[in-house]
Ligand binder design. Structure first.
Ligand code: NAD
Ligand code: WQD
Length: 348
């Protein structure tokens, strides 16, 4: 697929920006569409710089997936070999309060994209699904065959979009679709030049920890220390974002296989780490003490979830290279160089 032209929706965002960099370094021509709803164009500029000579192969368009005519114009002017579709809203709590916003943005945005892709004969897709589709799994590790259930509107958008993808493949076997179920992406590019920069109060553990470390928040609230886990706190499968980005290149390569159909892969490390273990690894990497407030469980949280990674290893030839020490080292490198994210940077 190298030298091919790839459309990346949501490519200015956290996972998208890291993936675009790996695409450029792999020789792909890359076009981003993003409405910048949860991201900054500075990320795009930095990806271009990090890519060196390959940066010339990156084009950015500020387009909302709900603007179907604009998408159509883009596909009329540019031929794409495949699409990696990251664009979507992802805050679980917000989705509970604003379900229609999530259904509209995530589902209608995806349907628009798929319609325009079909119209222009581009039928190769990699979609960002999530481990959230396993709901509260009865056992771990989660294999791709586990029953699916959503516990909130955000998760339901992922479930519905997975089903939509299966349906379009059934209706037209020319489609080749890979659904990647990510576990918990953390960390940043080792340069410390791009990373996660959420708007508002972070929902996820590591962005919150990072803001405590740089003094933006006084303490981390630990949601529950009475689970049946090694230290009572929730266990997750944390995954370095650069490994995740590489997982997308592996998926794109897989799309060249004949008869791939619509396939799903877990993207995780297969290892479970507790909240306290993660905090302790971050303290070691940063030399900063993270004050903790022990609180009750967060509604909707699973106790333990981590991935079975066998299928991705076997069929995508992909497995994670980095462990939690590297994740925390790179998270801190990014945080310490950009304590207020992209907007505060002198090198804007
Ligand atoms: P992010 O918010 O950093 O990136 C998403 C990008 O999509 C943002 O740049 C946003 O501006 C853009 N966007 C949103 N709606 C859009 C629209 N209608 N039109 C155009 N652009 C739009 O999030 P991320 O962490 O990089 O996540 C990327 C994808 O991966 C999302 O689909 C998310 O649901 C999924 N995912 C994320 C995680 C995680 O923990 N970060 C885990 C599993 C799955
Ligand atoms: C991890 C652990 C918390 C914050 C979410 C989405 C999921 C996926 C990844 C997109 C849990 C604990 C957290 C805090 C804490 N996203 N925690 N204090 O819940 O596994 O998954 O992000 O698809 O859909 O649900 O990740 O980072 O929020 O939490 O104690 O301030 O950290 O209870 O045990 P989660 P998380």
């Amino acid at each position: 697929m190298a030298n091919k032209s790839i459309l990346v929706t949501g490519g200015a965002g956290y996972i998208g920006s890291h993936t675009v960099l790996q695409l450029l370094l792999g020789g792909f021509k890359t076009v981003i569409v993003d409405n910048l709803n949860n991201s900054s164009e500075i990320a795009v500029k930095r990806v271009k710089e990090l890519a060196g000579d390959f940066g010339k192969n990156l084009v950015f368009h500020k387009i909302d997936l709900l603007d179907k005519p604009a998408l159509n114009d883009l596909f009329s002017s540019t031929r794409f070999d495949a699409v990696i579709h990251f664009a979507g809203l992802k805050a679980v709590g917000e989705s509970v309060h604003k379900p229609l916003l999530y259904y509209s943005n995530n589902i209608i945005g995806t349907v628009n994209l798929l319609e325009i892709m079909a119209k222009h004969g581009c039928k190769k897709l990699v979609f960002s699904s999530s481990a959230t589709v396993y709901g509260w799994p009865k056992e771990v590790p989660c294999t791709e065959e586990f029953p699916l259930s959503a516990t909130n509107p955000y998760g339901r958008t992922k479930l519905f979009i997975e089903e939509i993808c299966r349906d379009i493949y059934c209706s037209d076997n020319e489609w080749k679709i890979i659904l990647l179920r990510y576990f918990n992406p953390v960390g940043a590019h080792p340069s410390g030049y791009i990373g996660e920069d959420p708007r508002g109060i972070p929902n996820n553990l590591m962005p919150f920890v990072q803001q405590v470390a740089v003094g933006r928040r006084p303490a981390l609230t630990v949601f529950g220390n009475d689970y049946s886990t090694k230290d009572g706190t929730g266990v997750r499968d944390y995954l370095h974002v650069v490994d995740l980005a590489d997982g997308h290149i592996a998926a794109l390569n897989k799309l060249s296989d004949l008869n791939i159909g619509c396939e799903v892969y877990n993207i995780g490390t297969g290892k479970g780490t507790s909240v306290l273990e993660m905090v302790s690894a971050f303290e070691k990497a940063s030399g900063k003490k993270i004050p903790l407030i022990m609180a009750g469980r967060r509604a909707g949280d699973a106790e333990v979830i981590f991935a079975s990674t066998d299928k991705a290893k076997r069929e995508l030839k992909w497995s994670a290279k980095y462990g939690i020490d590297e994740m925390c080292r790179d998270q801190w490198n990014w945080a310490s160089k950009n304590p207020h994210g992209y907007e505060s940077s002198d090198s804007n």
